[in-house]
Every structure is written in structure tokens, then in C-alpha cells.
Design a protein around this ligand. Structure first.
Ligand SMILES: Nc1nc2c(ncn2[C@@H]2O[C@H](COP(=O)(O)OP(=O)(O)OP(=O)(O)O)[C@@H](O)[C@H]2O)c(=O)[nH]1
Ligand SMILES: [Mg+2]
Length: 298
């Protein structure tokens, strides 16, 4: 019998390269929000992948960017500081925008962890370009593997797991094999609402929101059907943003609610009665009391 392997893998890279898309695909469940806006992932989220001969705990991190707030500082710090704690690093770049990020490469070199380079979004480039990127990156670091992938076209995603497994050591399953994330149900619900708001809102509004669960209860309807009563508050930075989030006669909030409810009903396999509130919390992205919630370590 093959020895059972296990270990922790962090997924790092610039914002918007597709880290969360890759993780959701590998985990097979939606645990992390995906949007075309930068800085979608706010906090470290763990996904658990159970394979026949291994358990891989994969960590989604916020994208590396130039921080403009305390929240931004924490986000980048969380991504970088995940590296020393893991067994394998997945470094994701966007094939259509593959400029070398010296600072991150420097961190990877310092950490000396087995690192796999993922070139994502190869559906947007041709084979010649892929070969050029591989050549370029081969020369800057001794990656354990370089894997060109496309989440969109589901290309080469399974190779990622094989390469991770190749670089793991013998070890036990750390989590129950029924589990697929460390996120609580509340966290997952908040992430769904935040994703819909992020997708529907424009400009600076999305970056200033966060979502908090006020209530989550199940009950039986008169006909005996299970239903979740969920109330979430969307916090934003300014009164003007609040107006935008609510929209004309509540139209935007209604849209966010409708899309979120559809996803939640699938996720919870139940009817959902979702109520959304909007509140202003001025400059929370620079308040330690709020920003510290996004830290995983002291
Ligand atoms: N064309 C193309 N788009 C992709 C692919 N993978 C992801 N995307 C898109 O890229 C955008 C960003 O994806 P995310 O998974 O949110 O990226 P991220 O790296 O987690 O971003 P942050 O959380 O902000 O750091 C989304 O619009 C995805 O749909 C791919 O293989 N091809
Ligand atoms: Mg992300």
C-alpha cells in the first residue's frame, strides 16, 4: 500500500491572477469569492482536499498588491507570512500579464520551500508565449514544477494536485475527510453576499465593504419544509456608498439579495429567507479593531 501523505500548501500571487478560482476548482466547492475586481480575497481561507493517498490543506491568501490602507497592509502581510508555515508553495501568475514581481520572488527565495509555479489564464495567450514565460521563470528560480493552466478551460488543473502530492511528506489526515474547509457556515454565507456585492458594485465602493452575519436560524415552514432565516449587514465607508448599495428604491440591494439567495439555497440545500441591511462604518479599513479580524496570527 502507498504511504499516506499530508501537508499544508499556500497559494500566493498578485491580486486577480486566479488563486481563488484554482482553489475552488481543486476543492470542488465554492469556499472563496471570485470576481474580476482586484483584492477580492480578504482573509486566509483553508480548503481541504481529500485524495485516495493524501490530504492536502490548501490556503487561499489575499493578492499581493501595494497597500493603501491598514487593511491592505494586513492582507499582504497575511499572504507573505503564510509561506514559512507550509510544506509547499503554489506561486500563481497570470499568463496574460506575467511581469516578474521581484519582491515576491525574493520572499520565495528566502523561504526555501518547495515551490510550484502556476501560469494561469493560458486561454488568453498562445503556446509560443507560454514557452517564453516558462523560459523566463526557469532562469530566476528552481521551481519544483512549472504548470501552465487554465481554470476557465479546466486545463491541467489535476496536474497541480499530482505535483503537490509529489512534494508532500508522509503524514496523517489532519482534518476529518468529510470536511472541505475551515470556514464556518457564517463565514461561507458572508463570503457569498460579499461576492455578489463586489460583482454588482462599481469603482471604489466594493473595496470598502464587509459583511457580517446578524442572524442565522433554521425553522420548519407550515408545510414542513426546512428554511433558513438569514440576516446580513453590509458595512460600507460612507453615506454616499450606502446610497449606491441600496440603489434606486432599493433596487441594487434587491439584486444583491436575489443573487446571493440563489447561491445560498444551492449551498445550504434549503430554502432561504435572506434579509440585508446596510450600515456605514467610517474608515473601518484603517481601524485596528476591525482590521485585526483579518489577521490569523498575533
Ligand atoms: N480568462 C481566464 N480568466 C480566469 C481564469 N482563472 C480565473 N479567471 C478570472 O480572473 C478573475 C480573478 O479571479 P480570482 O480567482 O478572484 O483571482 P484571485 O487571484 O483570487 O484575486 P484576489 O483574491 O483579488 O487576489 C476572475 O474574473 C476569474 O473569473 C482563467 O483560467 N482564464
Ligand atoms: Mg482571491
Amino acid at each position: 500500500m502507498k504511504e499516506f501523505k499530508s501537508g499544508f500548501v499556500t497559494v500566493i500571487g498578485r491580486t486577480n491572477v486566479g488563486k481563488s478560482s484554482i482553489i475552488n476548482d481543486l476543492v470542488g466547492e465554492k469556499i472563496s469569492a471570485i470576481t474580476n475586481k482586484p483584492q477580492t480575497t480578504r482573509k486566509v481561507i483553508k480548503g481541504i482536499i481529500n485524495r485516495e493517498n493524501s490530504q492536502i490543506i490548501i490556503i487561499d491568501t489575499p493578492g499581493i498588491h501595494k497597500p493603501k490602507s491598514k487593511l491592505g497592509n494586513v492582507m499582504v502581510e497575511e499572504a507573505i507570512s503564510s509561506i514559512p508555515d507550509v510544506d509547499v508553495v503554489l506561486y500563481v501568475i497570470d499568463g496574460s500579464n506575467s511581469k516578474i514581481d521581484e519582491k515576491t520572488i525574493e520572499k520565495i527565495k528566502e523561504a526555501k520551500k518547495p515551490t510550484i509555479l502556476i501560469i494561469n489564464k493560458i486561454d488568453l495567450i498562445d503556446a509560443k508565449k507560454v514557452a517564453e514565460i516558462i523560459d523566463e521563470y526557469k532562469n530566476i528560480y528552481d521551481f519544483k514544477a512549472i504548470i501552465p493552466v487554465s481554470v476557465k478551460q479546466k486545463k491541467n488543473i489535476d496536474i497541480i494536485l499530482e505535483e503537490i502530492e509529489n512534494n508532500l511528506k508522509t503524514g496523517p489526515a489532519y482534518y476529518d475527510i468529510e470536511e472541505y474547509t475551515n470556514q464556518t457556515l457564517r463565514d461561507l454565507v458572508e463570503e457569498v453576499v460579499r461576492e455578489k456585492a463586489l460583482k454588482l458594485l462599481q469603482d471604489e465602493v466594493p473595496h470598502g465593504i464587509f459583511v457580517e452575519t446578524n442572524k442565522m436560524k433554521t425553522r420548519k415552514t407550515k408545510t414542513g419544509e426546512k428554511i433558513f432565516d438569514i440576516e446580513e449587514t453590509i458595512f460600507c465607508l460612507r453615506e454616499s456608498h450606502k446610497g449606491i448599495i441600496i440603489g434606486k428604491q432599493g433596487s441594487m440591494l434587491k439584486k444583491i439579495g436575489t443573487y446571493a439567495r440563489q447561491d445560498l439555497e444551492k449551498m445550504l440545500d434549503s430554502k432561504v429567507n435572506l434579509k440585508l441591511w446596510v450600515k456605514v462604518k467610517e474608515d473601518w479599513i484603517n481601524l485596528d479593531s476591525f482590521v485585526n479580524r483579518f489577521k490569523t496570527k498575533e
